[in-house]
Design a protein around this ligand. Structure first.
Ligand SMILES: NC(=O)c1ccc[n+]([C@@H]2O[C@H](COP(=O)([O-])OP(=O)(O)OC[C@H]3O[C@@H](n4cnc5c(N)ncnc54)[C@H](O)[C@@H]3O)[C@@H](O)[C@H]2O)c1
Ligand SMILES: [Zn+2]
Ligand SMILES: [Zn+2]
Length: 338
């Protein structure tokens, strides 16, 4: 089978490898689509803390089952996606029904080799039925589940003002699931074309550019002086996160989906007087993946509109560096394999 390995930062190399031999309780998948995520781009750029090289990237995957052991629930030839977070099943998080933050988390395509290859073997327990969805849609389930999980962490209620900071693919999904939960969504970014995308394609009512004057005053005007009761970061910018503490209403929740390497700092008296709640949101669970699939089937989200770049598998190595250049306006690049 063909593989594409990130051998070292800045280098992607095609090679031939043996097709995996089916293990007990596993499915052998023929990969059909690979969504390119910021994590893949950063791994290529070398800024990712969890990476070691060489590594086969790719965790946003759609596939067809070609061999299976230990399940009668899934059929040969069936279109699927799967949950790419391989958890230990034994640690405190796994035992508390939070496998998404397993102590020994192995993310496919990050800690272990991922899907940039013709065939990949995964545990049957991670599979999700794809019937009724296209391969493009199936490859977009995982990034959307990240946002759906953050929205669920915030326990978003109908008619709340939810401020989503960052309008990249993760932020877009977060906005969609906040809307599905009944929220009034406010998008905040520093990139006008991404904010336009939120308004035009996602029907987000309020879009604020953080570089245009006083953000707090604009948020106060939108929320009748109350400020947003939920703030969700999807930037991974330390500056954006530190600033956002002041955007919270009294009693608000602040959820960090975005991730950065530094320390967060905020005024304790300001945080205290709001009786605010701060939480992180890592990966997603089966419940989130199923919610995303249901929402796609009901037409509540149409994430294929995020796909700005489409290429075949043998073009990936040549295109990767271009996707990193902001000039090219990539929201989601999608790789097809026959
Ligand atoms: N929780 C998880 O498990 C999980 C999973 C995947 C990605 N992530 C994280 O989510 C974050 C977003 O991922 P993405 O792929 O959408 O990234 P992205 O880079 O495509 O999007 C980030 C957006 O934030 C905007 N931004 C940057 N600085 C800003 C500022 N100061 N104020 C307002 N907006 C600002 C950028 O213009 C951009 O549109 C990253 O930090 C990523 O690591 C988390
Ligand atoms: Zn991803
Ligand atoms: Zn565990």
């Amino acid at each position: 089978m063909k593989t594409l390995t990130c051998t070292t930062p800045g280098q992607l190399q095609y090679a031939e490898a043996e097709k995996p031999v089916l293990a007990k309780n596993h499915a052998l998948l023929k990969i059909k689509r690979i969504g390119i995520c910021g994590t893949d781009l950063h791994a290529f750029e070398s800024t990712q803390p969890f990476f070691s090289y060489p590594r086969i990237l790719g965790h946003e995957l759609a596939a067809k089952i070609v061999e299976i052991d230990g399940s009668t629930e899934f059929a040969l030839g069936e279109a699927v996606t799967f949950i790419p977070y391989f958890n230990c099943g034994e640690c405190i998080a796994c035992r508390s029904n939070k496998p998404n933050c397993c102590v020994k988390m192995q993310v496919c395509g990050v800690h272990v080799d991922g899907g940039m290859r013709e065939f990949l073997q995964v545990p049957v327990s991670t599979l999700l039925h794809g019937e009724g969805l296209s391969y493009d849609e199936l490859a977009l389930v995982e990034p959307l589940a990240i946002g759906a999980h953050g929205v669920r962490r915030a326990a978003v209620q109908k008619d709340e003002f939810v401020l989503v900071i960052g309008a990249g693919p993760i932020g877009l999904g977060t906005m969609e699931f906040a809307r599905i939960a009944g929220a009034n969504v406010i998008a905040l970014d520093i990139n006008d074309s991404r904010l336009e995308f939120c308004k035009d394609r996602l029907n987000v009512a309020h879009a604020v550019n953080a570089l245009d004057g006083d953000v707090s005053a604009q948020l106060a005007a939108i929320t009748d002086g109350n400020m947003p009761t939920v703030v969700i970061d999807a930037t991974g910018s330390q500056k954006a996160i530190n600033n956002a503490f002041q955007y919270m209403a009294h009693g608000a929740r602040f959820v960090l989906i975005g991730l950065q390497k530094g320390d967060i700092s905020f005024s304790h008296p300001e945080f205290h007087k709001r009786e605010a709640t701060l939480m992180s949101s890592r990966n997603a669970t089966t419940e989130d993946f199923e919610h995303v699939i249901r929402s796609m089937k009901q037409g509540l989200v149409k994430p294929t509109t995020y796909i700005t770049h489409q290429v075949a598998f043998d073009q990936v190595a040549g295109e990767f560096a271009n996707w990193l250049d902001p000039k090219n306006g990539v929201i989601k690049a999608m790789v097809s394999m026959d």
